[in-house]
Design a protein around this ligand. Structure first.
Ligand code: NAP
Length: 256
């Protein structure tokens, strides 16, 4: 594989960093010159990473191309480029469907979408790919795992999960702020919360037959303090409001 990136920003940088952290990894990588500082940093850090003169030069030197420009400029950028029929194109661009990308990169025949997260730099967090593709699955499988989906609607629904990270940290911040307000040193509170939530994150693996609601019920001992928080949040409509947000994000992702 000769791998190229059109758009060298946060996500391309994370993928290259994850890839090059694999022991003995020598895949040649060609990156486009923007962002200048990020491209220069990657080329300086990794022997096999080179900066192309422009976007077209990336395509000309690669067989596998990841598209990683922002959606707002993607159509304009892609219209200018000449793809080959043998190019394997993987679009990382959120909110532009695979069919539209396929039209923009014709005559490239193999076109898919992938949704990695910046945690890929540490080879963590699964990447969603659509459609299933053994080469792309192997690539992302080594970088934190892969979830292959058949159709765009499944891909879009799973993508909504990626909108919930900031809310998760705000939830932990609420706990941290309250505990600290009681006079507990901030570092101590942070360490405790981090440690406990790491352990909770493993709970679905230790009870693979239980769904998340079962786990919630397991922890909500009748008459206990977990049941109280769960009941009060439910009564105030917290979870309903959250589900409505997911619905609105889904409409945004699908353009409906
Ligand atoms: N970051 C994430 O968590 C994430 C997750 C899922 C999907 N995505 C998708 O991945 C894509 C990249 O996201 P990102 O977070 O990496 O964005 P980003 O950091 O803004 O990277 C985009 C890069 O494209 C460069 N660029 C601008 N104009 C260009 C052009 N004409 N030709 C080539 N490159 C150009 C920008 O350079 P300058 O800085 O010089 O303008 C920038 O470095 C987006 O489509 C986004 O929807 C991102």
């Amino acid at each position: 594989m000769k791998l190229g990136f059109v758009g060298t920003g946060a996500l391309s940088s994370a993928i290259v960093t994850g890839l090059k952290s694999l022991p003995g990894e020598t895949t040649p990588v060609v990156i486009s010159p923007r962002n200048e500082a990020i491209a220069a940093g990657l080329a300086a850090r990794y022997r096999d990473v080179r900066i192309a003169a422009d976007n077209q030069a990336v395509l000309d030197q690669c067989d596998t191309v990841m598209l990683a420009v922002r959606p707002q400029i993607a159509r304009e950028v892609l219209k200018e480029l000449r793809f080959r029929p043998d190019h394997h194109v993987i679009s990382l661009i959120a909110t532009i469907p695979r069919e539209e990308i396929a039209g923009l990169v014709a005559p490239a025949a193999q076109v898919g979408k992938a949704l990695p997260m910046p945690l890929i730099a540490r080879r963590q967090g699964s990447t969603i790919i659509c459609p299933p593709d053994p080469i792309v699955a192997t690539f992302f499988g080594r970088l934190g795992g892969v979830i292959e989906v058949e159709d765009q609607s499944e891909f879009d629904a799973l993508s909504v999960v990626t909108a919930t990270y900031a809310g998760y940290f705000r939830y932990l911040d609420t706990i941290h702020a309250w505990v600290s307000s009681q006079g507990v040193p901030r570092d101590k509170a942070r360490d405790y919360i981090t440690n406990i939530y790491k352990a909770l994150a493993d709970a679905p693996d230790t009870a693979p037959d239980e769904n998340f609601m079962h786990l919630a019920q397991d922890y909500a001992t009748r008459g206990g303090i977990n049941e109280q928080v769960l009941r009060e949040m439910t009564e105030r409509g917290t979870f309903e409001a959250f589900a409505e947000s997911l619905e609105r994000v889904h409409r945004r992702i699908t353009g409906k």
